[in-house]
Structures are given as structure tokens and as C-alpha cells.
Design a binder for this molecule. Sequence first.
Ligand SMILES: *[C@@H]1O[C@H](CO)[C@@H](O)[C@H](O)[C@H]1NC(C)=O
Ligand SMILES: *[C@@H]1O[C@H](CO)[C@@H](O)[C@H](O)[C@H]1NC(C)=O
Length: 357
Amino acid sequence: MAALKASALLAALACASHVAAHGHVSNIVVNGVYYENYDPTSFPYLASPPTVIGWKAGDSDNGFVAPDAFGGPDIICHKNATPGGGHATVAAGDKISIQWTPTWPDSHHGPVLDYLAACNGDCETVDKTTLQFFKIDGAGYVSGSDPGLWATDTLIADNSTWLVQIPSDLKPGNYVLRHEIIALHSAGQADGAQAYPQCVNLQVTGTGTVLPSGTYGTALYQATDPGILFNIYTSPIVYTVPGPTLIAGASSSIAQSSSVATATASATLPGGGAGATTTTTASTKAASTTSSSSVKSTSTTLNTSTTTKATTTAAPTTTGAAQTKYGQCGGSGWTGPTSCVSGSTCTVLNAYYAQCV
Ligand SMILES: *[C@@H]1O[C@H](CO)[C@@H](O)[C@H](O)[C@H]1NC(C)=O
Ligand SMILES: *[C@@H]1O[C@H](CO)[C@@H](O)[C@H](O)[C@H]1NC(C)=O
């Protein structure tokens, strides 16, 4: 009797952790530079959350979008998502390391997919229902069976990161990168798959000319697609990654490896301001567990942290038009925009920082 109770309790506990153990993308790393993502588990509770490249979303439980919602707006960039307030600048051809919160649960096998959609303007103000996503990678089944190894297992082996490459011939412009895991551990039953879409804003530079056609987010998947309604506890496994076909020249994934950040940057605002990069002591893989917190601690917010930011950051790489409201417009060493968009005034807060308010 006691033994029975203990095993029942263990099963219940395993179930509970199963339910809680999902995740979100905590950051991306581009050429060694760390960009913080939106944290749905903490930002909603902050008085002044940092402006980040990631889209705001209502997955405060680190949860998922179920197939019965695949025709609605939540599948685009997760629940009740609205655009991130800034973006990261990357070059066409760059590889971006996407870091999930540790550790992606190994029971949650399934495909990992990446899409881009042109914003045709600033992504920070784009209407998500106008975004047309084209698929730049999509990896699913790897080996074995019942349940076998899947792209998520590759991701776990690389410290819960996924490496995606921006097509080198992509037309320059503003894009939403839609990265997604679809967990299939319950997908053998109707409405059992779990989609975890995560969106970040990118400004892609380069000389490319290609802009592939895309698919609206709400049309990416159907609940009964063979890659969505699929039993992984079987043998042999023959799996079709769901969604539209890959763009010309793309492969299901590039060679995977994890990246370590050696610097951190804050999101660049639509007008081009505040995209400063802070170089930190280079961290190594051997020292990674302790180094990442030092990397994170140097990340700055656009609206609140002022003195620290201005004293530790290098000049932003972009200058140009008027600074957006709340962006930096002056201060010691500042070489970015010094005028403000109409409706805000450049106000000197201290010797190191002036802000459009
Ligand atoms: C693994 O990822 C964590 C963040 O989740 C990071 O702190 C750590 O440095 C990474 N480890 C390696 C070996 O890259
Ligand atoms: C900036 O901070 C002020 C005061 O804390 C707040 O009222 C305002 O909404 C913030 N703006 C942004 C863009 O976060």
C-alpha cells in the first residue's frame, strides 16, 4: 500500500513537472552579441520593462498554442502578441543563435522551424496579420523510433539553442524572425500538438535582392496536417515537417552548435537610436555557467537605466534621422542622432545622457 502510494505520488509529481516544464526564448546571439528577448514570465510584472527585440506575448505560463487555435492570431507570434519595441541589426548570411530557457524538456520531442516575414516598414508597428512568412529552415525527425530523436533533441544537446542562418541573398529590410518549436509528445491525439512560436524583430542589411513569397501566420498549419496530428510512439517513423515548403536554396537546418556571447546590445529603436553594444569580458564555454550572468547584467534598458548605459556603451553604429521618443539624443561620447521626432524634445539628464522626452 505504502509503495503503491509512493509510486502514484511520483507519477503525479512527474506529471506536474511535465505540465510546468515548457519554455520561451531568453535571448539571441548574433556574432557574439547578446540581445535580450521578451520574458513573458517577468516583464508583465515590471513597472518599466526593458525595450527588447522580442515580441510581447501572453505566455506567462511558458505555455503553447494548441492546434484548435492555429487559424487564429495567436499562432502568429504567440498569445495576444504585439510587436517588440526594438530590433537587432544583422547582415544577410549571418547566423543567429536562439537560446531557449534551460532546459527544453526532453519529453517534448518535435520539429524546430524558422520563418521570416518582411514588415514593409518598421516591424515595431507592424500589423501581425499582414505578415507573410517564408520558411528558412524546418528540421523534424532525426533518428530512432518510439519516440526517437528529433530536432528538439539536437537543440537540447546544444544547450537548448538553435542556430539559424539568414539567407545571404535576402533583400535588405525589416523582418520578423518567427522561430518555433512544435512539441509532439501528445500529438497522437486530436489537438495534442503544442506550438511555441517566438518572434523577434531584425533589420537585415546586405546587397541581396531576393524576397520570397510567404504565407499568413494563420494559414501556416491545420490541426490535421500530417506533421501536426502525429504519433511519435511508433516505429518506423516517417515524418513530414508541417508548414509551407522551404524557400529555394534552404535546407532543413544548418550545422548546429551553441554560441557564447562576448558582448551585449540593447534593442535599436525604429529611428535607429540606442542600439549600443557593450563589450564584456569574453566568456568561454568552460566558464559559461558563471559568465552568462555577467553578460546579462550589463544589458541596459532604453527608458530607465541611463548613467550606466552611457558610461559603458560604445557609440551606436547607426545615425541618421531624428531620434524616437525616449531614445538617446546626446551625452558624452554620443555620435547618434541629436534631434528628436516631433512631439518630443532632447532633454539633458546628465553629462552622459540626453533623452528624447
Ligand atoms: C548554456 O545556456 C545558458 C543559458 O541558458 C548559459 O548561461 C550557458 O553559458 C550556456 N552554456 C554553454 C556551455 O554554452
Ligand atoms: C518611461 O518611463 C516613464 C516613467 O517611468 C513612463 O511613464 C513611460 O511610460 C516609460 N516609457 C516607455 C516607452 O517605457
